[in-house]
Design a protein around this ligand. Sequence first.
Ligand code: PLP
Length: 378
Amino acid sequence: EFWLTGRSTYLRIDLDIILHNIRILKERCSPETEVMAVIKANAYGHGSVAVARHLSANGIRHFAVATAAEGQELRQAGIKDFIQVFGNCVGEEVNIMQHFHLTPTVTTETFLNHWISWRSMNRVNVHFPVPPVVIKVDSGMSRNGCQPEELPKLMAICRKNGVPVHSLMTHFAQAWDDEEFTKCQLDTFLKAAEPYRGTGIKLQAANSAAIIRGFATDLDIVRPGICIYGLPPDLSQEAVQTVQRLGLRPALSWIAHPNMVKVLPPGRHVGYDQTYVLDKEESIATFSVGYADGYSRLLSEKGVLSTSSGQMQSVVGRVSMDAITVRVEPGTSPATPFYVYTDDLTSPNSVTGVARVTNTIPYEVLTSLATRLPRIYV
Ligand code: PLP
């Protein structure tokens, strides 16, 4: 199937695994709690349109993106469900959000005023209703969100101007490993939201880590991201094991075939800066995979690829923009498939393994996967 992609490398994405992961997360929540699938940043590299279409066709009614343009792409691809735009929504995004019926995350009075003035113009020009808004409360992360004491004023502005409020939300800073702080954040949020409970306005707080740890899983909406893709919210052994124990599974693997394999004599240098020198004859395979595809240059001399039988083969020399060189077994040919990233979380070439070697987190490894990489959905 990969010959159709025009490259010798591709991402293999199992959309049913994402659904399976969502079902597992949902079981940890109250029966009425709805899942908002976080599909910002191209669905954490998995491809937001394909993911949204599959989830929507299977009953997921809420999606979250990070920018108005990401929401626009989903609407133009035919997604009709509720789409919330996270982040600190800014005035520049208002027109797109109202045109494409995207729900903004309101954090300031300035934005709300933009929303209201654009709304009167769009009401005249566009024949569909303006979407409701979500108001975000900063409960201690000190990033996006209004201060709890500002909420009554924002709510009053909405009421006065007939702006429907879909929900109130907050976001946790460290739900995986700081129970006390998370409880404190949740208390702050619930106290701020208290006057509006029972009015039909929904509450949402939990990300993946909170769902696993059992925080805010009884509110109206949960917002898992990383765990719907089957990856842990933290790199600790405990987090990886918990994810596995719960039955969450990575939906993505990265496969590549060598473009060519050379048998080279001792003394030959490989790649930029000649960092690898052969001390004996070796088979060196070149793959069309580089840092422009999201394969970190920090994996130079450190990365491994695995064969379908699980044998590890080392990246030798520098990772280039569009190529890597790998020491392979004699007899390897372009017909041999390799895993650049496997779906086995315990493997050094899983997304978690790569995050460890490159001193980052699975989120960054996934969202670095370039759009030029073909994605094959199964
Ligand atoms: N909610 C908000 C507001 C977010 O910004 C994010 C992602 O950063 C999420 C939920 C999902 O978080 P996670 O991927 O850790 O589940």
